[in-house]
Design a protein around this ligand. Structure first.
Ligand code: DX5
Ligand code: ZN
Length: 214
């Protein structure tokens, strides 16, 4: 299982220390949650912080934009060293164009769905994206409880991808721990985001490797 710890649950007073932990862990990427207080009812961090993270982090940066009009920021996200730029389907009127812009900027393109947005809305974009991020909580905050309906959505997405012949990574975000992670692995997920489960653990390295072994 691919693992992308979410920096949102790190200690922002000790970011260098926490990123160093990630660098030496089995994590495959570092997940960065950008919020604007409009698309979601919270604000996290922006480009100056991401620039510092880029300098400190040796893992690929997996950037999750929970913002309106993400197309305005493609170049800035690229300049922060993002490998994957994920935008919300609900935030993009011209999703196909945004995905093209992300690819043109040299990044992998991800599309995210809120819990209430059905998987079928991806039918006409799935062949063009590198990653689908299914939200398993309502986005905006770390530490929420996993919504079990996500398991059915993972299976539905897997079926849709098989039908179309698409091979995007299926990434899940919100309320992931060893128990929900195992269920997600069985349902067909490829990559797990985990904030509280990793940064709230007594031994974050162990938490990351537990998920990586699923
Ligand atoms: C929520 C963010 C998540 C969050 C996950 O809006 O997109 O990435 O950090 O946190 P946990 O794993 O604690 O639910
Ligand atoms: Zn996220």
């Amino acid at each position: 299982m691919l693992v992308s710890p979410s920096l949102l649950s790190a200690d922002f007073g000790n970011l260098a220390r926490d990123i160093e932990m990630i660098n030496h862990s089995e994590a495959h990427a570092l997940h960065l949650d950008v919020m604007d207080g409009v698309f979601v009812p919270n604000i996290s961090f922006g480009f100056p912080v991401m620039k510092c993270v880029q300098r400190l982090c040796s893992k690929p940066l997996d950037v999750h934009l929970m913002i309106v009009e993400p197309q305005k920021f493609v170049a800035q996200v690229r300049d922060c060293g993002a490998s994957i730029m994920t935008v919300h389907q609900e935030a993009c009127l011209h999703l196909n164009r945004v995905v093209q812009q992300i690819h043109d900027a040299g990044m992998k393109a991800g599309v995210s769905l809120n819990p209430a947005t059905p998987v079928c809305t991806l039918r006409d974009i799935i062949a063009d994206v590198d990653l689908v991020l299914l939200m398993s909580v309502n986005p905006g905050f770390g530490g929420q409880r996993f919504l079990p309906g996500t398991l059915r959505k993972v299976a539905e997405l897997r079926n849709l991808m098989n039908e179309i012949g698409a091979d995007a990574i299926i990434e899940i975000d919100g309320g992931v721990n060893d128990v929900t992670g195992r269920e997600l692995a069985q349902a067909g997920a490829d990559m797990l985001v985990a904030g509280n489960y990793v940064f709230g653990a007594d031994n974050p390295h162990e938490a990351i490797s537990t998920l990586a072994q699923l």
